[in-house]
Design a protein around this ligand. Structure first.
Ligand SMILES: [Ca+2]
Length: 132
């Protein structure tokens, strides 16, 4: 039930961890429109979507205090991932309860993957619970 982008983020993060992140493509120089170091052909969060490079993750105008990450191998920061996750939950939910439940489910996945801590998960869920 979790979003495709989240699944790929976790897969790519795990792969980058095992392979040692940086294997630069030497031949041909494709564009990198948003300048995050990930070329457009691989970048899933280029300017046409958003690469959120704020120092912390902001949800609905509220600063979570959670440190944002550098773009991963597909050009998405943690702020991109969380913003996308919330958008998907907003789109899928028929009411506020379903929305909060969706975010709770997704943040549990992020915590299990050690992308966020339990405290950070609580902060996200608390902000989301107050969203209208
Ligand atoms: Ca890019």
């Amino acid at each position: 039930m979790y979003s495709e982008k989240l699944r790929r983020f976790l897969a790519v993060s795990a792969m980058a961890f095992f392979l040692g992140a940086s294997s630069a493509h030497a031949q041909g120089v494709p564009l990198d429109s948003d300048g995050d170091g990930i070329t457009d052909d691989l970048d899933e969060c280029d300017l046409s979507i958003t690469t959120l490079v704020s120092p912390t993750v902001i949800i609905n105008g509220v600063d979570t205090g959670i440190q944002n990450t550098a773009p991963n191998a597909v050009g998405c920061t943690l702020a991109d991932l969380i913003t996308d996750m919330i958008d998907v939950c907003l789109d899928d939910a028929k009411n506020h309860g379903q929305f909060v439940s969706c975010v709770s489910h997704e943040t549990n996945i992020l915590k299990r993957a050690r992308t966020i801590s339990g405290k950070q998960k609580g902060k996200i869920q608390s902000i989301v619970a107050k969203m209208r």
